[in-house]
Unconditional design. Sequence first.
Length: 313
Amino acid sequence: MNISVVIPLLNEDESLGELYDWIAKVMQAHQFSYEIIFIDDGSTDNSWQVIENLSKKDSAVKGIRFQKNYGKSQALNAGFKITKGDVVITMDADLQDSPDEIPELYELITKNNLDLVSGWKKKRYDSKIRKNIPSKLFNAAARKTSGLKLHDFNCGLKAYKSIVIKSVDVYGEMHRYIPVLAKNEGFTKIDEKVVQHQARKYGTTKFGIDRFVNGFLDLITIWFLSKFAKRPMHLFGLLGSFMFFIGLCFALYLGIDKMFFNTSGRLLTERPQFYAAIVAMIIGTQLFLAGFLGELILRSKRNDERYKISEVV
């Protein structure tokens, strides 16, 4: 099979029929063999009924329905597990992503031998204050942290080699960082393509300030996991040792000053440096122990996959 199209959705019943017709028209015009996988992430409208009707009408349409709303990452993960296409395309269900982009995305993956192509909505039709400005700040931070020079990490329209989506584990709110997750798994042939962005035709946006805040928190998480997941002592041990050393220096200073220079008889507990030394040494010890416990946990998980083999001859 050439292409699997994975579409997570939440309350998009008005757009699903039109989106299906558009995708099917593009696929048939280019003679692709394809499947369309809709993942209903706990919709409360008629989205699932629409998906059921489309599945009865066309065997290429498959559907997964969640018991409740679990989030886009979980929806993508469920869809990725059942894909059969050589190339996997993800897009949103709100008609803001254009299926006309699919043939070129497919060619970039197959002919240019890329692992992943991320869409870039260079011209957007969203609210500047509510979405555009936060997205620019988020993307700038993601570029700086990950080292990937992508302009639009959060674009739903992406193309992948099948092996990429079978190798990455998308969880929590990590769907924004699939390119970073792919890079961490050794898939470095990553590029982007300017794609057409369309104004929302039906319904309302699901974007809120909580997604913006969560995005930055997830960015910190993925940075830490990519750098120190296999060696937590390198971070916590270093920080702990540094803090303990600072506290020890304060303690030595206070001890020497008390023994040789303190003629006024001032008590150590009356000096702020005493408390700074105690706090620094306690924090340093705790950080060091956190790194040590992290190393013990890693050692105990011996059955977990620690590496991936690309080829064997």
